[in-house]
Design a protein around this ligand. Structure first.
Ligand code: FAD
Length: 507
């Protein structure tokens, strides 16, 4: 009978899993039982996008198959909860000890601390090794900015550095060369679709039976194995990385991915390793296959933003979940789940979420959370919506991005300013406004773009607080051009508009 149980969480599908490596130092494979749990409590926690459910379940089942092919004894069990799954497996195998790796998410880690008392056996919880910053010492009480964190990570992992330790090309940041609008008729490479195999087709059938889910599982085409995820990375580096930086902030009504990598679902499940992604981009630069600005921009996202968010999550939890610096309490409009807002950008992006489970960063930030900040939507409701809708959503990455970067509900503990804009920004960076009944240049009246009206209303309402932030100063200065009558008109229209939004009778 096995003497050790290795319990691997569903978002830890690492090829070199620390718990497997550790268990082998204690016993031969024949004395180790690996357990993976399909927790129904977790899979039915909220009304998920079906692509997310298919991705997680199919990747988990493929992982179980890969471990078995590698000679491991694996139990993949569908149970009411992780606890029920573990109790059942312990009763079946009666292991002496359980080995696991700390979860990336707060609740998972807190639960792991209770496993020993639940199961009445020794439990070893190994440190999480899915993140490059996992063992970077904390900076104490002083908050580290993303930029200084990112430079530290570049040095730590010797990424894009000259022999003397200076950044390749002489600069740490090439944002000035990036972030252009997309010119008309720019050819955009197709994203590879991975045809579902038998196992994935079974998962698609299983997920169809889940109650209260959204989206069409039959259009699923994401990678579900390490090999497919590696292929997705290679294709991105070859086909889209060269233009990644240039069009990083561009948005297009008829393009889902543009030049983004669409790698977050795989990184967050453990199908891809962050350092491998960063090094692949660096190699493309050295081989002359992608410009430095694009490569630096991508490396910044992976070893900078992604790792920074994970770090800030752990520094700010659990309080992050209740932060609400702008006292935003309005319910999320029903049309985020179904229906129409009448704004072309929002409707297109929301439809994209329910069709694919993905939108790129600027659409998440400048269409979705921008609107929610300006409209004063309750951060918990916004987080719940994102957690349900996105294929790459997990607690550790959603709260810092939605409550921190997106809504500024943390009061600036993660990002240094609220990311808000009027319709003018959306018009500059996309083609959404061309197909919209509203005019982004108009602040009041029937044609006023709600983003523009709510943006000026937000500046007027929060002027003293915003002008104390040096990064918001120029925006607030714009208010000088408004006379009292214009200010009154904006605020009167905004009050009525927001009241109707709360009642579900407008927008
Ligand atoms: C409101 C909001 C919600 C978000 N929700 C999620 C989420 O649920 N899951 C998630 O992984 N990311 C989230 N992000 C961050 C970012 O938008 C996504 O990682 C990115 O859009 C994923 O698409 P991509 O793989 O094509 O990214 P690319 O644009 O190709 O970027 C490359 C990689 O960088 C990493 N990355 C870049 N920015 C961030 C960031 N701010 N936080 C974490 N990783 C980052 C991702 O791993 C991404 O795959 C969110 C951002 C915002 C503003």
């Amino acid at each position: 009978m096995p003497t050790h149980l290795v319990a691997i969480l569903a978002d830890q599908l690492l090829l070199e899993h620390p718990a497997l490596i550790h268990a082998q130092t204690l016993a031969p494979k024949t004395d180790i039982q690996v357990v993976l749990v399909e927790s129904q409590a977790r899979l039915q926690l909220r009304p998920y996008q079906r692509h997310k459910l298919v991705l997680v379940l199919s990747a988990l089942r493929h992982y179980a198959a890969a471990l078995r092919a590698d000679g491991w004894q694996v139990t993949l069990i569908a149970a009411a909860s992780w606890r029920a799954g573990l109790l059942h497996t312990c009763a079946q195998f009666n292991p002496d000890s359980i080995i696991t790796m700390a979860g990336a998410e707060y609740n998972a880690r807190r639960a792991q601390e209770r496993w020993s008392s639940w199961l009445g056996r020794a439990v070893t919880v190994l440190p999480n090794r899915q993140f490059l910053a996992a063992d970077v010492p904390a900076t104490g009480t002083k908050r580290q900015t993303m930029e200084s964190f990112y430079r530290m990570m570049r040095v730590r992992y010797q990424l894009l550095l000259e022999a003397d330790g200076s950044p390749v090309g002489g600069s740490w940041n090439y944002d000035a060369e990036n972030r252009k609008p997309l010119p008309k008729h720019t050819p955009i490479p197709l994203v590879q679709r991975y045809l579902p195999d038998e196992l994935t087709l079974q998962v698609i059938a299983d997920v169809a039976a889940y109650p209260q889910t959204y989206g069409d599982a039959s259009t699923f085409g994401l990678a579900v194995t390490h090999a497919q995820a590696a292929d997705a990375l290679a294709r991105f580096i070859r086909e889209r990385l060269p233009d990644f930086g240039r069009y990083e902030d561009a948005m297009a009504a008829d393009e889902d991915v543009l030049f983004h990598s669409l790698l977050s679902p795989y990184l967050n499940l453990g199908l891809l390793d962050p350092l491998t992604c960063a090094r692949a981009a660096e190699a493309a630069y050295h081989a002359g296959l992608a410009p430095l600005a694009a490569v630096e921009g991508f490396v910044r996202q992976i070893v900078g933003w992604r790792e920074y968010m994970y770090r800030r999550y752990w520094e700010l939890m659990p309080e992050l979940r209740t932060m609400n610096a702008w006292a935003a309490t309005r319910p999320l409009p029903e049309w985020f789940w179904q229906g129409q807002s009448g704004m072309h950008c929002l409707d297109t992006v929301i439809a994209r979420v329910w069709r694919t489970g993905y939108t790129h960063h600027i659409e998440r930030l400048m269409i979705l959370t921008n609107f929610c900040t300006l409209a004063g939507i309750d951060p918990v409701a916004v987080n719940e919506w994102f957690l349900a809708g996105y294929i790459d959503a997990y607690d550790w990455v959603m709260w810092p991005n939605v409550s921190g970067m997106g809504l500024n509900a943390d009061g600036g503990l993660i990002a240094t300013k609220p990311y808000i804009s009027s319709g003018a920004y959306i018009k500059r960076m996309s083609n959404y406004c061309a197909g919209c009944r509203y005019d982004p240049a108009v602040r009041t009246g029937p044609d006023a773009c709600p983003y523009t009206m709510l943006y000026w209303n937000f500046l007027l309402t929060h002027q003293p607080r915003l002008q104390a932030n040096p990064r918001m100063g120029p925006a607030v200065l714009g208010l000088r051009h408004l006379d009292d009558a214009q200010r009154g008109d904006i605020q009167t229209q905004a009050v009525i508009w927001l009241q109707r939004l709360s009642e579900g009778t407008s927008a």
